[in-house]
Design a protein around this ligand. Structure first.
Ligand code: URA
Length: 235
């Protein structure tokens, strides 16, 4: 069971406030009877919910990709900080999207959102071991011993043991890092543990999904091909 207003928003009937007006105006019926209470609990699988006489289908599953800019926290709400939810365009704000995993406030790049709770849990389950690739700018320069230490699996200063990861030096102060887990501040802490403090971090890939040319601060829906990839590659 879910709230009627939530179901109406999720099925694309409108924003929270538009839905309130639709209900007030008597344009919504549940099993043939006009329903004006936004908080009424409904079971969309078992009840017929209509707007202006037309039946509303189940919530449309949606997965979108954001190219996150620095300065936004990955949270659905925060008292002090700007959240990634503020970067979603108005037409996606009422789709009940939640961030998949987390990027630090200052980290940029690929962040997925979905309104499919089951998919969300599958994607963030630690045993999934989904590859995540980061571009990092950092102090110092990665040496062959650092590459080997990443490959072996680092132990951080607080004793946290990391799974084997790939460090690929790109040049002085620049590397690509690929990890298969998502511990707190992981990439920053891994590089710092080898004396390379991170000054910039961008996630460029998750599994087979890449940021491509998506401009910073913008969002796009995944293509059907990418959704297939997500289901297969992230199994
Ligand atoms: N590792 C980090 O240190 N920060 C992120 O945001 C993601 C991975």
């Amino acid at each position: 069971m879910e709230r009627l207003d939530k179901f109406l928003c999720g099925s694309g009937a409108g924003t929270r406030s538009q839905v309130k007006e639709l209900l007030k105006a008597g344009r919504v019926t549940v099993d043939g009877k006009t329903e004006r209470d936004p908080g009424r609990k409904v079971d969309p699988a078992a009840q017929e919910i209509c707007l202006d006489g037309g039946a509303l289908g189940a919530k449309r599953r949606m997965v979108v990709m954001l190219n996150k800019p620095a300065g936004f926290v990955t949270a659905t709400e925060d008292r002090q900080e700007k959240t990634v939810m503020e970067l979603l365009p108005e037409n996606l704000r009422h789709m009940d999207l939640k961030p998949v995993g987390r990027l630090d406030k200052e980290t940029e790049g690929l962040l997925l959102f979905t309104n499919d709770g089951a998919l969300l849990h599958r994607l963030i389950a630690p045993k999934k071991r989904v590859e995540k690739e980061y571009y990092a700018r950092h102090e110092g320069q990665a040496a062959p011993e650092d590459v080997a230490a990443f490959e072996k699996g680092l132990t951080l200063a607080d004793g946290t043991v990391c799974l084997p990861a790939v460090l690929m030096p790109l040049g002085p102060g620049e590397s690509l890092v690929t990890v298969v887990e998502g511990k707190y501040h992981q990439v920053r802490r891994m590089l710092a543990s080898r004396g390379m403090r991170v000054t910039y971090l961008e996630r460029r890939r998750e599994g087979g999904l890449t940021l491509g040319a998506l401009p910073r601060g913008t969002v796009r829906e995944l293509t059907d091909e990418e959704l297939g990839e997500l289901e297969d590659g992230f199994q």
